[in-house]
Write a protein that binds this ligand. Sequence first.
Ligand SMILES: Nc1ncnc2c1ncn2[C@@H]1O[C@H](COP(=O)(O)OP(=O)(O)OP(=O)(O)O)[C@@H](O)[C@H]1O
Length: 492
Amino acid sequence: MTFGSVQVLHGVDLSIAHGEIHGLVGENGSGKSTFVKILGGIHTPDSGSEVHLHDSAMPLPLRDPQQHGLAIVHQDLALVESMSVADNTGISTGYERRLAAPIGSRREAAVVRTLAEQFGIDLDPNRLVGMLSPAERTVVAILRALRQLGDGDQRKVIILDEPTAALPRGESLRLLELLRTMASNGTAVLYISHHMNEVLSVCDRVSVLRNGRIVATRESSSSTESEIVELMLGYELGEFYPDKPQSSNDVVRLDVKELTHGTVSNLSFHARRGEIVGVTGLTGMGQDEIPYLLAGGRTRLSGEVTVDGNVTNGAPRSAKVCGMQLVPGNRQRDALWLGGSASENLTLPFLKNFWRGLRLRRSTEHEFSGQALRDFGVRPLRPSLEITKFSGGNQQKVVMARALRQKPGVLLLHEPTQGVDVGAKKEILNVVRQAAADGAAIVVFSSDAEEVAQLCNRVHIMRYGSISATLSESEVSEDRILSLSQHSSVSK
Ligand SMILES: Nc1ncnc2c1ncn2[C@@H]1O[C@H](COP(=O)(O)OP(=O)(O)OP(=O)(O)O)[C@@H](O)[C@H]1O
């Protein structure tokens, strides 16, 4: 597969048997999504390429893959924000047509509710997708794919491109179980993820992509995480989480008092200079709303938020004036200008530095962004390339680079490493630690219990909109976070 003069996939050969779960792993930008988009008919591969579905050669580009029993959950989910959950699944299946009610919204809602229950999640089919948390949105995309496959006897293939990037552990495990059930019924599954433990636990075989080439296909049962990571990166990663910095400073930089809105109720917490505070919990417990009530312009009903003693009203401008930066969980919707280049996305907050008289000095702007892309390991190192042409993980690095280059006093990170490969995740976590060491107060809102445990000095666990438990530095561990998320009561 070639874009312009750049060849992205080189003779990729991959086969998945019926009833097999096949993992596909690789660094950010190695070509995983491009491969999936060929199977979804979005890209036309170079001439000479062949795709066989259920033993039949398919004409390329592939048209209407779902007609051939192939459903895909793409990395960007491709949901319609302004429509309800049920309408999102309904439009992809053409609704269940009945003479009296050609658009069966009510019936669709009932089907979705049943599917969501099977998935173990309480999801209102009538809610607008735009109002859902990242985890809930992922579930909608998965439900839509399941709807597309239907329950007939047709042989099926399902492809999931990083479906668990925004899912908390509980939901991830349920999804993995669902995949196992589907495979045991004969469905072929292609599973893409940066979570090596999941890949090795659920997949029968794993193929590793490096720079657009399959470098190995291994049986999961006889492979280890570090072997797969080394094949992926081409080098040994070493110790993944470096030592946690100690937070000893008493100066409170972020102070949140009695914040109330939506699910969040009377919430108070603070973050000190040099401290990394984690806020986590099961889906829908309120932690996904907090960063937007603090800095994303979502109106609050009551409560006071101060940054270094200055009151902020939650509007992005007010937050910025106080030195508070938000890295949102939904990068494409909330953080990127999709019509612009990587450079334009990076330099928006710094533009005044690049003007000389009435002229914007593009060369200085590109020099600045080139350096930032280099520092954050963004690939390809092409500041002028449209942001949509960067892989998901590399887009995330651009968003992080822009926030950190502004040297925030308070940094709010919502699912900061979703979709980022293991090597890049290590780099990002190091940069976050460095920002804390330089004096920022950092709050990480994340569903990744391991990341929260390894990164944060103090962790709050949310339940029904309030903090139900707090773990101090000596108490923080992944197991405690997971068990408190499941079982903690509302009293501290
Ligand atoms: N439309 C496009 N035009 C030019 N280059 C593109 C386009 N789409 C993708 N690329 C490039 O193709 C390469 C592979 O991207 P792809 O999205 O397939 O990576 P990936 O393995 O899925 O990464 P990630 O794990 O970050 O999602 C990247 O270098 C990307 O910049």
